[in-house]
Design a protein around this ligand. Structure first.
Ligand SMILES: [Zn+2]
Length: 327
């Protein structure tokens, strides 16, 4: 009897890179591959690159692509889950790209597609900081702020598939401009991009900071999570102030989410949370508790950093593919 297909590949498609990993039936990682995506390359080119990355990852796990059980993929932007279409992904410059179908044509195996944040939350829920919890909200702080909701153990998509966009909760009316075109969203106040803007503004206004030197030493032209971590380790006053404000805004965001959804756990993921761990989430938790409507039960709501780091999306994509295909 032929051995049942069990190896799967999970893909996390980001704005600048694609990450792939192959896992066995127990979701143990057998191989990992990563590739930078060329800025401005067309959708067809990117899909071909993803297909060749899947081949490479399968090969590294000792498999042929045709022998894979399935491929799960998380992509940024608005996704039509049923049709496997990326409806709109501004940071890829995509509109109505049938990513799921095209990839299936190239690879000849089933492909399951969902939003990158949803699969990240599914990953943390199944295998990371959200394990064995029925009600969970994941908040990913990076270039933007994304979120996803797990209700009764499953991802809650909402009636249009947009549920969980917590990053566009308005925290400060008439606050700074947000990528969505509105003002004062959590993303415009507390994403890594917002922190970078605030640090640069402070330096421009004459404040002294170690950040330009740290960036130079590390050869970075952006204020990355590693630059933020190094600046905080040096107790750079500008970085500490900016971080404190961002954490305060995130605390209000978490409280709003908890007051609405009453989850058992809130998992804060993304590059900064991964690097700073509890140093990032503890101040967020302190503020959130102040804004909880029901402080008597506040301590039961756990607010914790994600534990899968960079692998959350690709692992979640695999878990989702398994669920959807009944594998
Ligand atoms: Zn917004």
């Amino acid at each position: 009897m032929a051995r049942k297909k069990e190896i799967m590949v999970g893909i996390d498609l980001g704005g600048t890179s694609v990450k792939a990993l192959a896992v066995n039936r127990k979701n143990s990682v057998l191989a990992t591959e990563k590739k930078k995506t060329e800025a401005g390359s067309n959708a067809k080119g990117v899909i071909q690159e993803i297909a060749s990355l899947v081949e490479k990852t399968a090969k590294a796990a000792g498999m042929k692509v045709k022998a894979l059980a399935a491929v799960g993929i998380g992509a940024p932007g608005a996704i039509d889950v049923r049709r496997g279409v990326v409806v709109e992904a501004p940071n890829l410059g995509w509109k109505n790209v049938p990513l799921g179908g095209e990839l299936k044509k190239y690879l000849g195996v089933p492909v399951v597609l969902d939003n990158d944040v949803n699969v990240g939350v599914i990953g943390e829920h199944a295998l990371g900081a959200g394990e064995r919890v029925d009600g969970l909200v994941g908040i990913f702080v990076g270039t933007g702020i994304g979120g996803g909701i797990i209700s009764k153990g499953e991802i809650y998509e909402g009636s249009n598939g947009w549920a969980g966009e917590v990053g566009h909760t308005v925290i400060l009316m008439d606050g700074p401009a947000c990528s969505c075109g509105r003002r004062g969203c959590a993303e415009a106040l507390a994403s890594r991009t917002a922190m970078e803007r605030d640090v640069r503004d402070a330096i421009k206004s004459g404040r002294k900071s170690a950040i330009p030197r740290i960036m130079k030493e590390r050869g970075k032209d952006r204020i990355t999570s590693s630059v933020i971590q190094a600046a905080l380790a040096e107790k750079d006053p500008v970085m500490m102030e900016v971080m404190e404000r961002a954490q305060y805004c995130l605390g209000i965001l978490v409280a709003n989410v908890v007051n609405t959804l009453d989850p058992e756990r809130v998992v804060i993921g993304g590059g900064i949370a991964e690097r700073l761990g509890k140093d990032f989430t503890n101040p967020i938790r302190r503020t959130a508790y102040e804004y909880f409507l029901h402080p008597q039960t506040a301590k039961r709501t756990q607010i914790v950093p994600g534990s899968l780091g960079d692998n959350a999306g690709a692992l979640g994509a695999v878990v989702l593919a398994r669920q959807r295909l009944g594998l």
